[in-house]
Design a protein. Structure first.
Length: 308
């Protein structure tokens, strides 16, 4: 099969397109997915750079966590999925501890059934691929923060992959009383359209100098020191990257198909929408360009690779 792979850590130049990669074998609890679309996450770039060497799977690596595609083969113990099912998911249960060596930037990938869900029918493969890791992170962050109806939240990095979904989940799934989010000037209208009540332009204002305090702060930027200044007494500060200052805490996302299943009605109805960066979807031949765009840190929503 065709697959992007690297056999050494480094910058984008280590990525090579292999025309004769082995199709992965499936374990009893796995299905083989014919990949239709994949998406990049910052963890793909950090992993490629060798940041998680100590807990990574062995090289060579086919990168990619997010997938949408069609089941072409099911292992003996697979109960809920069958050949022909259109599925999506984050293929590595633990993002940093032994993530899959054979990822989603390939024509085929092997995935545990429990990490997948049926693709919402209203979404195309490219849109669905833009969801799993980011929406699971947003969901897990809100859950760990004890977020619930009537609470307020500030989301740092509202226009990114995680932030764009966290805004929508907080407002349209959890029933937030107030959602505030930060982005640069051209992205403020987008934040509002996703459900933010307050859009803070970080190029003009310091959120930590504003009078508002929040029940929860979700930091998807790496501003942990400032984030703790705007949380209410007894509130939660969830930090996805960078410094963690008490009472802030950090977690690493766990992939879970049941979270996608739980969210499917909201995705089917369009209450929650994947946001695919308009520079994409990138062709499979443009994976190097897609990585370098992701690594600018300026992507709006998800960097998607499709078709594969
Ligand atoms: P993205 O690459 O999608 O984020 C890009 C966005 O960040 C852009 O839209 C940009 O908007 C925005 N941004 C950059 N700087 C700022 C700033 N100072 N203030 C507000 N917005 C800003 O990243 P993800 O959303 O996918 O991930 C965010 C971070 O969370 C990454 O570091 C990632 O590794 C981490 N992460 C951690 C997880 C975990 O389990 N712990 C899981 C998932 C992600 P603009 O152009 O307006 O600046």
């Amino acid at each position: 099969m065709k697959a992007w792979a690297y056999d050494d850590y480094g910058d984008g130049s280590v990525l090579k397109l292999n025309d004769a990669a082995a199709v992965p074998d499936i374990a009893d609890d796995q299905v083989l997915v014919r990949v239709a679309a994949a998406a990049l996450n910052p963890v793909d770039a950090k992993r490629r750079a060798g940041k998680f060497k100590a807990t990574d799977s062995p090289l060579p690596t086919v990168p990619g966590y997010d997938v949408a595609g069609v089941v072409v083969k099911a292992g003996r113990k697979v109960k809920g999925l069958k050949e022909g099912d259109e599925v999506y998911g984050n293929i590595s249960e633990k993002a940093l501890e032994g993530p899959k060596q054979s990822g989603s930037l390939a024509e085929y990938t092997a995935v545990e059934e429990k990490l997948l869900a049926l693709k919402p029918k209203s979404l195309g493969f490219a849109q669905a691929a833009g969801l799993p890791l980011a929406v699971e992170t947003a969901h897990e962050g809100l859950e760990r923060a004890g977020f619930s109806a009537g609470k307020s939240i500030l989301i740092l990095g509202g226009a990114g992959g995680v932030g764009s979904l966290a805004i929508q989940l907080a407002k349209h799934v959890y029933g937030a009383s107030k959602v505030a989010a930060t982005a640069s000037t051209p992205k403020l209208e987008l934040l509002k359209s996703l459900g933010a009540d307050v859009a803070i332009d970080y190029t003009k204002e310091n959120f930590e100098d504003l009078p508002d305090k929040y029940d929860v702060v979700l930091d998807a930027v790496g501003q942990g020191e400032k984030a703790v200044k705007v949380v209410k007494e007894g509130g939660s500060v969830v930090v996805l990257t960078g410094a963690v200052v008490p009472p802030g805490f950090r977690f690493v996302v766990t992939s879970d198909g049941s979270v996608l299943e739980k969210l499917n009605p909201y995705l089917e109805s369009g209450k929650v929408k994947p946001l695919v960066d308009p520079k994409g979807p990138f062709a499979f031949s443009q994976v190097v360009e897609a990585f370098s765009y992701l690594e600018t840190g300026r992507a709006t929503g998800k960097v998607v690779i499709s078709p594969i």
